[in-house]
Design a protein around this ligand. Structure first.
Ligand code: GTP
Ligand code: MG
Length: 169
């Protein structure tokens, strides 16, 4: 049969933003284990035309120095934000800015998919507000897209994956 194109995607964002929950939802058979990621996990899932290998990184500060080792080989980045975590939005922006200025990312036209996650929570900010707080409009040299999402229910994930598929294929 037809082989799907292989794509490596790097899943980044602060601890507790919902990266593992989202990646788990994208898998054919989601599992029921939600613990903070140690280091990183490698997971596989498919979209209609692509076969993804996802590097689900730990967002804990002590592990964030691992992220950069995967920049070179990645075809896309999924960056997850806890939309209800107003206090740490500035930390998320700092990590995003550090990512964008890294030499392995800076000159690359790599697509960036943002999930404004936990949209179900009462005090969640809208995806428009999240994109303003992260200054996404200032990203001119890479395609980017932001979706509101609920990682637990899987809402918003397909929209994001469809967009990503269009950018990497
Ligand atoms: P690290 O591995 O530590 O970097 O965290 P992570 O980004 O992988 O977060 P994880 O997926 O482990 O989720 C953290 C917590 O948020 C868990 O209790 C999840 O159930 C919860 N969570 C994830 N997505 C959502 C969401 O959309 N809404 C709500 N209410 N909770 C969510
Ligand atoms: Mg995790």
């Amino acid at each position: 049969g037809l082989r799907k194109k292989e794509v490596s995607v790097l899943c980044l964002g602060l601890d507790n933003s919902g990266k593992t929950t989202i990646i788990n939802q994208l898998k054919p058979t989601p599992e029921q284990e939600r613990v903070p990621t140690i280091g990183f996990n490698v997971e596989r899932f498919k979209s209609s035309s692509l076969s993804f290998t996802a590097f689900d990184m730990s967002g804990q500060s002590r592990y964030r120095n691992l992220w950069e080792h995967y920049y070179k080989e990645s075809h896309a980045i999924i960056f997850v934000i806890d939309s209800s975590d107003k206090l740490r939005m500035v930390v998320a922006k700092e990590e995003l800015d550090t990512l964008l200025s890294h030499e392995d990312i800076h000159s690359k036209k790599i697509p960036l998919l943002f999930f404004a996650n936990k949209m179900d929570l009462q005090d969640a900010m809208s995806s428009v507000k999240v994109s303003q707080m992260l200054c996404l409009e200032s990203i001119k040299d890479k395609p980017w897209h932001i979706c509101a999402s609920n990682g637990i229910k899987g809402e918003g994930l397909q929209e994001g994956l469809d967009w990503l598929q269009g950018k990497v294929s």
